[in-house]
Design a binder for this molecule. Sequence first.
Ligand code: S3P
Length: 432
Amino acid sequence: MQQTVNPAVRLSGSIALPGDKSISHRYAMIASLAEGKSTISNYSTGADCHSTLGCVQALGIQVEEEGTTVTIHGQGLHGWKEPAGPLDAGNSGSTIRMMAGLLAAQPFTTKIFGDESLSRRPMGRVIKPLTQMGARFEATSLPDKEGQFPPLTIHGAPLHPIDYTLPVASAQVKTCVLFGGIFAEGETIVREPMQSRDHSELALREFGAELTGRKGVITLQGKPTLTGRELMVPSDLSSAAFFLVAGLLVPGSHLVLRNVGLNPTRSALLDFLVSIGAPIKILKIESTNGEMIGDIEVRHAPVKGGVIEGAMAAALIDEIPVLAVLGAASEQGLVVRDASELRIKETDRIATVADNFARMGIQIEVTPDGMKIPGRQTFKAAAFDSFGDHRIAMAFAVAALRGDGPSTIDNADAASVSFPEFWTILSQAAAQ
Ligand code: S3P
């Protein structure tokens, strides 16, 4: 699908966003292993989180959906059944990597595959620790890339606990080890080089697991009794990011984003934006199922720009494409370092940002682990391409709001991986 985006005069309104993608995956997976029914409201409408539901159903778990409320009839830790065929993770790295931890402990073999993009994403990072725990994997090789890729065949086995130091800051890998640890007798320990999002730790505790997390060391007691629960998913801060940047970029804008997840391991985005001069306010904060949630207000203002590096690069990794767009309009520009993980996301996001920048006449210097974008650049209308990557589709829709005429985005339907309502909400907020 091709989408046309006109320059916006201003953006305004009070916006409800879909449920957080990371939290939705985790709640669905854990609920499927809990005893009894869980009701999850504001479950992500994104295709990725429906890939997770499809996998759980294929494993014999009853799932009901009514609007954005999902009911999962958990059958306990040993309730999954051998699926009739391969599991489809679609475009979702979270689904394949986190499910791998759970499938590694099953008394059966499972094959799991994904789409073209997922088939090029590295799986060695989960195969290594899960093999140490006792599972056996067959992965696919690629002619042009080193490493292990989907489809994966996972030969489940009784797992033993490990003490694992993550080689890269990755919440998906941390989660896959902890998920394997659910089935291992004793303490599974994960050590993180940098704090990554802690939704799995919060969710496991919420369902009844015993887990401690201190100074980057997470310890889980194996074989917990997980109990079905009522849960509410906060709206997705990474989806909010597109509207935060759009509000900052388009003169006269004033937006309120409602009930957004403000977990401190995700909210580096807000800290960064405020540090470069963005007039962002949190209007109310509360806690639900251990997660922070609140309303965010943003108004248009020029921002300074700055540097994203080190732990900040890891914490902002999903938001960098749209922050790159903001950087080009900022006063001093944006430098991104230590972000080589961008190259192995749904697309190589350093390359796909640079490609779309070239189309709109924006200068960028690409580096192996980041980019340098001069500030105060003029945005021209352009024919963009998402390259099938949801965050690239939405980042360049935001850029198009500042264009000098109508822009188009090819493969715009990619947005529905995390945010199917994006185009409708964008056109409602933009007075053209
Ligand atoms: C996610 C972790 C991050 C992030 C992804 C979602 C998660 O990936 O980029 O969009 O839900 O755990 P990595 O674990 O590869 O850093």
